[in-house]
Structure formats: C-alpha cells, structure tokens
Design a protein around this ligand. Sequence first.
Ligand code: FES
Length: 88
Amino acid sequence: MQAYVAHAMDIPMSQVHGLFRSIRFSTTQPRGKHTIKFCLGTACYVGGVPQLIEKARQALGIEPGQTTKDGLVTLELCRCVGACSQAR
Ligand code: FES
C-alpha cells in the first residue's frame, strides 16, 4: 500500500513510510480480527495487569505484539487510556 501511495502521489516511498511510522496506531503487521490491549500505566500495572498479560500469553500462546495463527486475536501493550479508575 505504501508503494501504491508513493507512486500515486509521485513522492519517494521513504516519505510515505516516514509518515506511516509517525501515525500512532499504524502497523506494518496484519492484525487479528480482535485486538486486546493491556494498559501499562501505573494504576493498571499496580492493579494487576502483569498477571493478566501472563494469563493471556498462556491462553493464546502468543506474546504482546503478536497475532494468533488463526488470525483472530492480537495482543498489544499501551499506555494510560484514561480509565485508571477501573484498574483493580
Ligand atoms: S493507568 Fe491504565 S487506564 Fe490509566
């Protein structure tokens, strides 16, 4: 897709790639149908998110940043999403 955009706009692909990389939620890897994000912010971390991550790793057999082989689930880590009061 990046090559297509570069060609269509008649600009270097490095320019398109640089823009793509600057977009916060962009990725060059296919994502699963469902994405599970674990917040690593302080409140969630203290509230037990490391244990949840470990459970998900064991249940799905993948590491954060990976997608299950069936393409259904991607695990991701993120920072505070503003739901700190729900961290328990
Ligand atoms: S620390 Fe997780 S939502 Fe704020």
